[in-house]
Design a protein around this ligand. Sequence first.
Ligand code: BEZ
Length: 210
Amino acid sequence: MTLQIGDVAPDFNANTTAGPIQFHAWLGDSWGVLFSHPKDFTPVCTTELGYTEKLRPQFEQRNVKVIGLSVDPVDDHERWAADIEATQGAKPRFPLIGDADRSVSNLYGMLHPKADSTFTVRSVFIIDPSKKVRAMITYPASTGRNFDEILRVIDSLQLTDKHKVATPVNWKPGDDVIIVPSLSTDEAKKLFPAGWNEQRPYLRLVKQPS
Ligand code: BEZ
């Protein structure tokens, strides 16, 4: 069955570069980003993993744990980490799952046989502290992902969880946001007493709540 937004992220046991984990227990009360990469010792993946390590403080600030996966064994991940450090200036300190039996890849639908029958595509699952899948992103093997965009999605999700707002096109933290259409004018006046810019009754822009 295809995973959808709102589903509980399937739990699993796996070997990782940080030792064996049970996924839900490892997540604890944190948000999570689970992402697959097609293969160890490949160029695009090398750049992605180095960059993700450099962003680790940004993920931690947002209470997000990051975990990567490929269908290669953990021993290979560990050997590859030295290359990532040498070429990208950062050695991944977040866990990488060794999914040689493809059990996690199959559980999360990361194998797309029409793209490649052996290796995973570039999947990203953003999971909230209640273990629900909140966003999914899928790229082909040849396109490196934009991990700044993943942080931006997390910022949007965490903001919209706290306030009755949505984020517009190309929103960045600090930009104006949109009052959700389900909020009546009277309700909006209580929540946003400083007012808003009403371009249409359904398009009400307001300063980002802090
Ligand atoms: C890469 O990570 O560079 C890559 C992996 C599989 C296919 C194409 C590129």
